[in-house]
Design a protein around this ligand. Structure first.
Ligand SMILES: [Zn+2]
Length: 183
């Protein structure tokens, strides 16, 4: 294919050669699980935390950007069937908010993101597993922040009422990159 370049980089932790795809932003070493960020300025190590899972054997991991913080509903107006109290209760305390970081269609992105927003994962970091198959991350931390906004908007629009107006403020720090077991 024209314009396609094959880059070979080495794992910063164990030296295993890795072959990231053109659009990959962050990958994990298949050997030792260490993270590598493919920045414009060159590859650099990035911390990927692996979440404890109750699956017996994890074959696939998916990358997620995890934000911790709160959402302040400034204005939520409806045309009827008002669920704003439910919404205020939902956002009353700080939450763990997860944004899928691998390549997904908008529909699947929304599905996966909303589910995790409604039922936040119990995140307990385990030590780096070996023989990891992590789907490459293609979403940057900056884009994840915008996608989080979209997910919050979708969640509010999806409540059982007629949402007319929504204004909110997201108060979160920089996200962490987590690998969560997929199957
Ligand atoms: Zn490695």
């Amino acid at each position: 294919m024209a314009g396609m370049t094959l880059i070979v980089v080495r794992c910063p932790a164990c030296g295993t050669p890795l072959t990231p795809g053109d659009d990959d932003l962050a990958i994990a070493c298949a050997q030792c699980g260490a993270g590598l960020l493919l920045a414009d300025s060159g590859p650099q190590p990035v911390e990927i935390q692996y979440a404890q899972s109750n699956l017996l054997k994890v074959t696939t991991w998916r990358p997620w950007w995890i934000f911790r913080g709160s959402v302040n509903l400034i204005k939520r107006e409806t045309q009827g069937g008002n669920r704003s109290n439910e919404a205020r209760q939902f956002w009353a305390q700080p939450r763990v908010m997860s944004v899928p970081a691998w390549e997904l269609s908008i529909m699947t992105f929304k599905q996966a993101g909303l589910q995790m927003l409604q039922q936040p994962p119990m995140l307990k970091a385990i030590s780096r597993p070996s023989g990891v198959k992590l789907t490459p991350a293609v979403v940057s931390a900056e884009d994840a922040r915008k996608m989080l906004e979209y997910l919050i908007f979708s969640l509010e629009a999806g409540r059982d009422d007629w949402l007319k107006n929504l204004d909110f403020q997201i108060d979160v720090g920089a996200p962490e990159l987590w690998a969560i077991a997929a199957e």
